[in-house]
Design a protein around this ligand. Structure first.
Ligand SMILES: *Cc1c(COP(=O)(O)O)cnc(C)c1O
Length: 397
C-alpha cells in the first residue's frame, strides 16, 4: 500500500546531443554575442528568431534574455508608461505583475474561474480601467480567446499574451501568442524548451517589433536580424527608443534550435503523461479535475486539480502525506507565498481589491509538474498515490 515515488519533479531531460554539438561549436569559435558574426555568417540567435517566427506564424520574432524580460519589453513597446494601469490575471506567477510593477505601472487583477482561466465577466467589468491586458495563459489553460479578443477590441484594450506555459499550444487552430498584439515566451529550464534562461517576443506589428529590437539592446545593428522589419521602420523610432539591454546570446540560441524542432513530438510525450495522471485521478472523491474547452490544444507539462472548499489543514495534510510518499504537490491556497506559488494578494506592491469567488478557487488549486523524465508508469504511480491520500483525508473529514 505504501509505495513511494522516487523521481525528481524538477529534473528535466538532458539537452539533446545536436544541441550540445551546436553549443560546443559556438564555444569553439567564441562569438557568443549575437551581433558578433564573421563575414557572411548568420548568428545562431538570428536563425533561432527566424525559426521561431516560422513556428508560430508571426511576422517578427525577437529572442531575449528571459520570459520576464519579454513581458517588460512588450509593455514598453506598446507604450505603457509609469502610472498606467494594466489588466492582468489574479492567478499567475510573480514575473507577470512584476513586469508591470517594474515599469512603474499598476496591475489591475482580473479573477480566475473554476476552469483556471481568466474570468471574462470580470474582465468585461474592468476593461475600461486600462488600455492594456497582460493575459497569462497560466499553466496552459486557454480561455475562450475569441470572446476575450471581442471584449478587448470593443474596449480598445491591447492584449499582450504571456505564453510561458503555452509554447506549442493552440486555440481553435491558432497558436497561442498570435491573438494579441504581442506574444511572450520563456525558455527557462522549467518551460517547454530549455536554455536555462531565455525568452521570445513575437508580433505582426512592424513598429512594435522595431521598438522591441531597439529596447533589447541592438545598438544600430538591427539589420543583422532575420525576423525584424526593414530599416525604414527603425528610422522612425531609433532616436526615441531607449536601450534596456536584454539580448539572447548565441550559446543559448544554439541549444534551443534543436529543441524547437523537437517540440511537437515532445508535446505528444507530455500529453501522454498528463492524460495518464488525469485518468488515474478521475473519480477521486473530493477532488475536482479541471474541465478544458475542446477548442484548446495544450501541452501537458504540469497538471492542476482542485480540492474545492476543503479546510486549509486538510489540504496541508494531503500535501504532507503525498510528500512523504515522494509526490511533490504545490498549493496556491497557502497564506504565505512559498516556492513559485503566490497570488494576487501576496504582491503587496500592487494594491488589490478582495475577490471572494477567485479566492475560493485559489484556495483549492493544487499544482504538480510533469517533467519528461517521468515514465508513463511513474505517472500512473503518482496518480495512485494522490488518489489514496486524497481519499484517506477526505474520508476523515
Ligand atoms: C516562467 C514564467 C514567466 C517568466 O519567465 P522567466 O523566463 O522565468 O522570466 C512568466 N510568466 C509565467 C506564468 C511563468 O511561469
Amino acid at each position: 500500500m505504501s509505495t513511494r515515488f522516487t523521481g525528481t519533479f524538477t529534473q528535466q531531460e538532458p539537452i539533446p546531443e545536436d544541441g550540445i554539438e551546436a553549443a560546443l561549436a559556438v564555444l569553439r569559435h567564441g562569438r557568443l554575442h549575437r551581433y558578433n558574426t564573421a563575414a557572411g555568417e548568420l548568428s545562431e540567435t538570428a536563425l533561432l528568431e527566424q525559426e521561431f517566427a516560422g513556428f508560430t506564424g508571426a511576422k517578427y520574432a525577437l529572442a531575449v534574455a528571459s520570459g520576464g524580460y519579454a513581458l517588460g519589453c512588450a509593455l514598453r513597446a506598446v507604450g505603457v508608461k509609469p502610472g498606467d494601469k494594466v489588466l492582468t490575471n489574479a492567478f499567475t506567477l510573480a514575473p507577470v505583475p512584476g513586469a508591470i510593477a517594474a515599469l512603474g505601472a499598476q496591475p489591475v487583477f482580473v479573477g480566475v474561474t473554476e476552469g483556471l482561466v481568466i474570468d471574462l465577466e470580470d474582465l468585461e467589468a474592468k476593461a475600461d480601467q486600462a488600455n492594456v491586458l497582460m493575459l497569462s495563459h497560466m499553466r496552459g489553460h486557454l480561455c475562450d480567446m475569441d470572446r476575450l479578443m471581442a471584449i478587448c477590441t470593443a474596449h480598445g484594450v491591447t492584449v499582450i499574451e504571456d505564453c510561458a506555459h503555452t509554447m506549442g499550444a493552440e486555440w481553435n487552430g491558432t497558436p497561442s501568442g498570435r491573438f494579441g498584439a504581442v506574444g511572450c515566451f520563456s525558455t527557462q529550464t522549467y518551460k517547454h524548451i530549455n536554455s536555462g534562461e531565455g525568452g521570445f517576443l513575437i508580433t505582426d506589428d512592424a513598429e512594435i517589433a522595431a521598438r522591441a529590437v531597439m529596447l533589447s539592446g541592438s545598438y544600430m545593428l538591427y539589420e543583422r536580424h532575420l525576423a525584424a522589419p526593414g530599416p525604414e521602420v527603425f528610422e522612425q523610432i531609433k532616436y526615441d527608443t531607449p536601450n534596456v539591454s536584454g539580448r539572447m546570446d548565441n550559446l543559448r540560441a544554439a541549444i534551443l534550435r534543436p529543441q524547437l524542432r523537437a517540440l511537437p513530438e515532445q508535446a505528444v510525450r507530455w500529453n501522454a503523461r498528463f492524460h495518464t495522471v488525469e485518468d488515474g485521478l478521475r473519480g477521486t472523491p473530493g477532488l475536482t479535475l479541471i474541465d478544458r474547452d475542446a477548442r484548446g490544444r495544450f501541452v501537458g507539462s504540469s497538471i492542476q486539480f482542485l480540492l474545492l472548499d476543503w479546510a486549509a489543514d486538510k489540504v496541508q495534510e494531503v500535501l504532507r502525506r503525498c510528500a512523504a510518499r515522494g509526490v511533490e504537490l504545490k498549493w496556491f491556497g497557502g497564506s504565505e507565498p512559498s516556492g513559485f506559488t503566490s497570488r494576487y494578494d501576496s504582491w503587496r506592491y500592487a494594491p488589490s481589491q478582495p475577490m471572494p469567488q477567485s479566492d475560493r478557487i485559489l484556495r483549492g488549486i493544487v499544482d504538480m509538474r510533469l517533467p519528461l523524465t517521468f515514465s508513463l508508469e511513474d505517472c500512473a504511480l503518482i496518480a495512485s498515490i494522490i488518489r489514496d491520500e486524497v481519499g484517506a483525508v477526505f474520508q476523515q473529514a
